[in-house]
Design a protein around this ligand. Sequence first.
Ligand code: NOJ
Length: 447
Amino acid sequence: MAFSNDFLWGAAAASYQVEGAWNEDGKGLNIWDVTAKYGHIRYNETGEVSADHYHRMKEDVALMKKIGLRAYRFSVSWARVLPEGTGRINEKGLKFYSDLVDELISNGIEPLVTIFHWDYPYALECRGGWKNEESSDWFAEYTGVLVDALSDRVKYWMTFNEPQCALGISYQLGVFAPFQKCSPPEILQMGANMLLAHGKAVKVIRERSKQRAYISMAPYSSVFKPENDSKEAIDKAYDDTFRCSGANFCLSMSYWSDPIYLGHYPQSLLDEFGDLVPEFTDEQWKMISAPLDFYGTNIYYCAGYESKDGTYGSNRYMGCPHNALNWPITPEAMYWAPVYLYRRYKLPVMITENGMTEHDWVCLDGKVHDTYRIDFTHRYLKELSRAADEVPILGYMHWSVMDNFEWAEGYDERFGLIYVDYRTKERIIKDSAWWYKEVMDTNGSGL
Ligand code: NOJ
């Protein structure tokens, strides 16, 4: 039997992507609220209203129950809770999350909290953001507010969602808010502050949680698939998966996970950047690498070797399947990522995101027949089931519970199990959600 009896079947979303209510009930501004509207997003779309989940939370939780979710992974908007990022608490904002947790629990759905999913408070950005050496303390303070308010009911915590994007795509490539292009030394310093922030947050959760807490981070996996079954090929793909080098070093998994799970930077980073890599004291290293409970990770597709002749990388071929964002569909990522992650970090794995974006629409019969998403999820879950026969897997969170704001891409492509008509805010349960319900109800036994 591949999946354990207490396997967490769920779905995920993130505050800025679904909530809307960007300036209501005392919420402060975040970097997306302020900087996204100036020509950075397709059609100049924003998350100001989005799926309006803030006002429709109870209706949405009722839909989650209807489609049989056992768990819901959501993130908290830091500026909704602490409008200036530190100091004054916005009780109304905090109450929204407390009510959400109550609503989930009373519907039999386990809440999983992501502390930071990219909507950084603008007030803190104005103080230098992650460049400021106080930034890890700000994060710890914010974490403490959440832990005090929610940990009587919340067991599962993820500190950062995809820190690779929060740093690399936002501050190096300049594609996500606040759309900056910082130098490698600056990125290394910001990354060090984020690692410290993670460590301090873990300490706060351990010290103040009202129940046994299960903590992780949620970086994305970019895993290479071995070229064949030989030990050499498997080891080569493993080494390539965890290599951390080149200008985009902070987009690698090991830049974040080696410090956190192994207590040191990846050797390939040190070889390349030498003294530019900020040092930590022994005490800081201890905090950064304090034991965690699982390895959370978002998995979408296999990494590919670039071609030498400018054609397809190794994860593509002419006419290969790809989603609406042109991401290749490579279900094997769902086998190799958990297997390699367990080999390196030796912790149970939780799939904190996986899903498929398409240009879904409402058919003449009023339903959303998203057969591609069903096939995609089926293929990926079969691979996960294969992995679960070999390494411990705690759960699977489908991205996303509902259609939402896809960052720089806006609203054109849809990832949801539940369709959202953005004009009326009407929700329609897609065929894939009913299919997924059957998978959850049967604990994946028919995959
Ligand atoms: C990664 C991110 O965590 C999430 O915010 C995003 O919408 C999905 N994956 C799809 O790109």
